[in-house]
Design a protein around this ligand. Structure first.
Ligand code: SF4
Ligand code: SF4
Length: 315
């Protein structure tokens, strides 16, 4: 749930698109009411509180407590600035995970992507959070700019004492869909396959739990669209509710929160696309990023693109 879209940073690859996602900040009452729409006492649901920068919201701490009382397993994804003294206002028992975004193992790699001085602020707050006993993870978004530095993250994570690491593929959304630079460009299939699985395995040997997207399916692996087989909702402050993150730059959302109710949208929505069965696998990838698919001389795709929500976990 994106509780606001404002942010103190201007990352080169920022995926927030205010035209599509709104500029408003949800009130505590709205957040509580919206969370009730998705809570189910028979299940444990993961709630990730996002922005923009979610710690800019003055009531994030009370939101975390309310969500926990509703039974959610709560994570906050922060750029590391931790505004409004978050670490003093919630306890490690109330917040299941605090995730920090870092896109490089040192300021020389991270800061050209995320902003001057960001590496130092973020790593200092990671240390503070760990010292206070919070469960901490780090998220690294792989682009052409930083893929060659991914292997150095193992040393940094061990030095800091972080035990959970998420590697993300850069999504062609927001700034990345509009600008052309190393920081906003995806790596090729070969670069991804040559680097990410091996680096992840090596970092996992340090006792660090790694999660990274599958991206490309092997011949013997079958394709499934999370929109058909899982329950994921990406909620924005303008009330749009998507099931697929790749659709977030377009008004294709399956649901919308209107007057406090979750309403199903009719007409051409993302869920019409989930039903299409194509040889390339993910329909949205085929529409938005056709360049990453290779074809043989018969015009058949050499591999399928997996759902972006399909993750591998090791360690
Ligand atoms: S990617 Fe996140 S931290 Fe960076 S500018 Fe966008 S919302 Fe802020
Ligand atoms: S990324 Fe592709 S496969 Fe996954 S939910 Fe979206 S359309 Fe479906």
């Amino acid at each position: 749930m994106h509780i606001l879209t404002a942010c103190n940073l201007s990352c080169r690859h920022c995926y927030i698109n205010k035209k599509q996602h709104g500029k408003n900040q949800l009130s505590k009452q709205q957040i509580t009411d919206w969370l009730k729409l998705f809570s189910d006492s028979r299940k444990t649901s993961n709630l990730i509180l996002l922005g923009g920068e979610p710690t800019l919201h003055p009531e994030l701490n009370t939101t975390i407590i309310v969500a926990k009382e509703m039974g959610y397993r709560v994570t906050v994804d922060s750029n590391g600035y931790l505004f409004h003294n978050l670490l003093e206002k919630v306890s490690p028992a109330q917040l299941d995970c605090l995730s920090f975004s870092l896109d490089g193992p040192d300021p020389a790699v991270n800061d050209p992507i995320r902003g001057e001085g960001v590496f130092d602020v973020c790593t200092n707050n990671i240390r503070r959070a760990l010292n206070k006993g919070f469960s901490v993870s780090v998220i690294y978004t792989v682009s052409r700019k930083n893929i060659s530095h991914l292997h150095r993250m193992g040393d940094l994570l061990s030095f800091l004492g972080v035990r959970k690491f998420f590697i993300q593929v850069l999504g062609l959304r927001g700034n990345s869909a509009q600008t052309d630079s190393e920081e906003t460009s995806q790596v090729s299939r070969q670069e991804w396959l040559d680097t990410v699985p091996a680096v992840a395995a090596k970092i996992a040997q340090r006792g660090i739990h790694i999660t990274y997207p599958k991206v490309f399916l092997e011949e013997n692996e079958s394709f499934e669209c999370a929109g058909n087989v899982a329950e994921n909702y990406f909620i924005f402050p303008n009330g749009r509710v998507y099931q697929c993150p790749l659709c977030e730059d377009y008004p294709l959302h399956s649901y919308e929160i209107r007057e406090g109710q979750l309403k199903k949208n009719e007409g051409l929505c993302e869920d019409s696309l989930f039903k299409l069965d194509i040889a390339e696998g993910c329909v949205m990838n085929k529409l938005l990023q056709p360049d990453i698919i290779e074809y043989n001389s018969m015009g058949k795709p050499r591999y399928k693109i997996s759902c972006c929500l399909l993750k591998q976990e090791i360690g």
